[in-house]
Design a protein around this ligand. Sequence first.
Ligand code: SAM
Length: 280
Amino acid sequence: MLSYRHAFHAGNHADVLKHYVLGLVLAYTTQKDKPFWYIDTHAGAGMYSLDNGYATQNKEYKRGIDKLVSAENLPETLARFVDEIKSFSSEELHLYPGSPKVAQKHLRRDDKMRLFELHPTDYKLLAENFSGKGRQVKTEMHDGFTGIKSLLPPPSRRAVVLIDPPYEDKEDYQHVNQMIIDSLERFATGTYIVWYPLLQRPEPNEMIDGLIELNIPNWLHVAMTVEAPSIDGYGMFGSGLFIINPPWTLPKILNDTMPILTRLLALDESSEFMIDSQIG
Ligand code: SAM
């Protein structure tokens, strides 16, 4: 059953970390004059209104992107990210882009996007948000875990893949690991970005341990805690990204900017970040 709707969470601290890093990876990827594919296995609706609909319910963006928009003297990469997000709104921030729209900003004429979304309502919105893009963007109402198989390796032998499931089904954690194993067999040199929530349950850590045990030569793991885990044991207190074949420039950029991002998004004194990497 699909009950998760990303609109409730648009622009929250987890979106900020995920979309900031996604933009950094794509900015690096597009430095090379060779086309690439952007594949989003769990694309969502593509664009979210912050002033009406689900996002207004808990206003999660107020504790996320809003904190960056009102910050001064941001380092260059964070300032560029904020400008990219703001470019979707005319004046005040009232729209927040999903990962496919963040990615589209970086696309050049010969690059391609392949977007999977299973929820019928969000799929319809996604298709509308990308209508008229011809052969460059293809949206599919299909399971992203299996749909990716037919796309790898892409013709250009270059790809950035975002894997961002809702994890409302505990099996999503195992699906991610299996998908990475299958995808690396098909296409070992792709860049894969796996997003996951920090929760008081074992599955997220087990998933990351499983990825590390694959002995992939190049990876980077970044996680950010924004508040202390709750006493009742529920709720997301931060998020992380495990990136396979990251840009070699990414560790330095994150080492320089994660202290600032974590301070801006902190909800209490427990906020912290970690960066771990293996560059072969
Ligand atoms: N990547 C989006 C972004 O950053 O803007 C957010 C995606 S949201 C966390 C996860 C999305 O995956 C939801 O819209 C959900 O409907 C969709 N979904 C759930 N299971 C799926 C599956 N097996 N294949 C494709 N999409 C799925």
